[in-house]
Design a protein around this ligand. Structure first.
Ligand SMILES: Cc1cc2nc3c(=O)[nH]c(=O)nc-3n(C[C@H](O)[C@H](O)[C@H](O)COP(=O)(O)O)c2cc1C
Length: 190
């Protein structure tokens, strides 16, 4: 069993993002090798301009987020792309937490217009490297996301995207298990 935090940065009004998140969580929930904690950034009221400098000064929302990130052995980030980047709320959450990210893997599920969120994901790789997070090569991405789900919110190419989600989660479990064992054997220092 691997503890995985799924961090969703979808707009509260956006139907596309809700479809992507619902679909992916459905795929993850049916596995018996994962325990999920869904962190919906719409429900995490972080202060806008005060990244955590120490536990002593952190507010309750920041402490709670740090505890949830710390309890996870791996992460999946679900993100749209806005102006060639990922949403500001996601950067705020990333910056609010420090050592709790370290020596753990992260995978990405992205969506957007023509680029399918791939530019947002490439930027996230740079940021997560600074936090000692190992990012998975394979991603799931939805180009022109508004055309990729039917009226019931089911993906049109379910075989293709379900297969991509399986690859992503298999790789996350490989890295997450390996790094959990490594952290237990020898503390990771940053
Ligand atoms: C302000 C804004 C900027 C956007 N910029 C991009 C972009 O740079 N690349 C892209 O592929 N899609 C872009 N899109 C399309 C969104 O990624 C797409 O509409 C997505 O569904 C929005 O996610 P949401 O449903 O969670 O709001 C943009 C949309 C908005 C509203």
């Amino acid at each position: 069993m691997l503890d995985v935090a799924v961090i969703t940065a979808t707009s509260p009004e956006g139907r596309s993002g809700a479809n992507v998140a619902r679909w992916f969580l459905g795929q993850a929930e049916r596995r018996d090798d994962l325990r999920l904690d869904v962190i919906d950034l719409n429900r995490v009221p972080l202060p806008p301009l005060h990244p955590r400098s120490s536990d002593a000064v952190a507010d309750e929302a920041t402490r709670s987020l740090a505890a949830r990130i710390g309890a996870a052995d791996g992460f999946v980030v679900i993100t749209p792309e806005y102006n060639h980047a990922y949403p500001a709320a996601l950067k705020l959450a990333i910056d609010a937490v420090r050592r709790e990210w370290a020596a753990k893997p992260a995978g990405f599920v992205s969506y957007g217009g023509q680029s399918g969120g791939l530019r947002a994901v490439e930027q996230l790789r740079l940021v997560f490297a600074e936090l000692h997070v190992v990012t998975l090569r394979d991603t799931v991405s939805f180009h022109r996301v508004e055309t990729r789900f039917d009226e019931r919110g089911e993906p049109l190419d379910s075989a293709g995207v379900n297969g991509a989600a399986k690859v992503l989660l298999d790789q996350l479990i490989w890295w997450g298990t390996a790094l959990r064992e490594a952290r237990a054997a020898r503390p990771y220092t940053i």
